[in-house]
Structures are given as C-alpha cells and as structure tokens.
Design a protein around this ligand. Sequence first.
Ligand code: FMN
Length: 215
Amino acid sequence: MHVALDPTRLTPEQRHKLTIGTIVPRPIAWTTSVDADGRVNLAPFSYFMGCHSYVPALAISIGSRGGQPKDTRANIEATGELVVNMVTEDLAERMNLTAADFPPGIDELAVAGLTPLPSAVVRPPRIAESPIHIECRVMHTLHLGEPPRVSALFVARIVMWHIRADLVDAELKVDQAALGAIARMGGPMYSRTRDPFTMKIPDWRSVVPPGPPTS
Ligand SMILES: Cc1cc2nc3c(=O)[nH]c(=O)nc-3n(C[C@H](O)[C@H](O)[C@H](O)COP(=O)(O)O)c2cc1C
C-alpha cells in the first residue's frame, strides 16, 4: 500500500519536506561564486545534477531567503559564472558550516578554514581541499515558483574540470571508492558512498528471447 499525496493539498513547508525527502540521494554542489566587486561566496546546494554529457552541462537550483535571492543566486545572475566543488566525507563538517546564513561580504572560505585556488577560465576560485572542481558558465536560467519563494534553475556549461590526480586514471575513470563523495538525504541526513557496487545494463536479447512479439 502507498500513501497518495496531492501537492495542491499540501502547504509549501510540506511540499518542501517531501521534495527533499523523496528525491534522494542528491549530490552536493559546493558552489563558489563572486559578486560584481569580486567578493567570494561559498555555499552548498543539492538541487543539483549533471544534465548533458556532450555539451557538457550541469543544473543547479538556488532559492530565496526572506523574499530576496540567496547570495550565490544573486552572484550567478550578475556574473554568469560558478565553480562546483564536490564534497567528500572529510569535508562534510566544513560544507555544513558554509550553509549558515552569513551576511553578504563574510568570507565563508576563511570561516571554514578553506584555501582558494585560482580557476583556469572563470573568476570564482576553486577550493583546494576539494578533490574535484567544475568550472561553469551559465547557458540558461529558468525562474520557478512565485514570490516570496522563487528559485533560479541554472543550466551551466562545464568549461573546465580539475580532478585530483590520484583519483583519475588514463582512461578518465574516476575512482569512486577513493573519492568518498557524500550525498544529501531528507532533512539533516546525509549518505556516504563507501560501499559502491557495479551492474552492467543487459543486452535486451539476453532478457527476452528473440522471436515474434508475444502481445
Ligand atoms: C547539503 C545542503 C544542500 C542545500 N541545498 C540547497 C539547494 O539546493 N537550494 C537552496 O536554495 N538552498 C540549499 N541549501 C541551503 C543553502 O546552502 C543556504 O541557504 C546558504 O546559506 C545559502 O548561502 P548564500 O546566501 O551565501 O548563497 C542547502 C544546504 C545544505 C546544507
């Protein structure tokens, strides 16, 4: 038996609880951005996914606070640039610290004891302590929701990857077990990726015997 829940009969808080509690686990985009004066901002976002390989591109959705765009969203809307730094188990506490509601102008990297590294293509810096940095430029912005709850969904082109050398081999296979990425679950819950397993997608002919259609 399943419980049917119609979003139109739920409060905004209930819809939020279900969206973050049912679409799991979500990777975390620890995002550096800069404002028009070049001041750096860092915060985590888990409405985040890879969305195209050929382009290549990722998507990230950033909301509002008190009816105003969060600092990262305002920065990306102003500059069109961001760097996504992947979060590993050893960085979890520091990532969480940077989610605090610091006023604009506070250097979250300094607060969390993190080291900025210049990016190759965009202005926002990378975080040295993170093993994977993804430099991006915005291609499309879609606004979702209605005031005071508006989010910007950015589709951003990946313009440079930086991967810690010991985590990637000559065939560009990333060592997931050694990477130890974490993911967001519902509420304050997170998951580890210490126990990966593999499966190959079967050839359909090995699942359904070849022959005339049965229906
Ligand atoms: C793991 C994690 C994931 C988060 N995901 C999102 C998200 O997808 N969208 C969002 O608007 N806020 C998200 N938040 C909240 C922001 O990180 C938080 O509001 C932060 O203060 C925003 O900082 P800024 O104003 O400097 O951009 C998340 C927080 C955490 C800890």
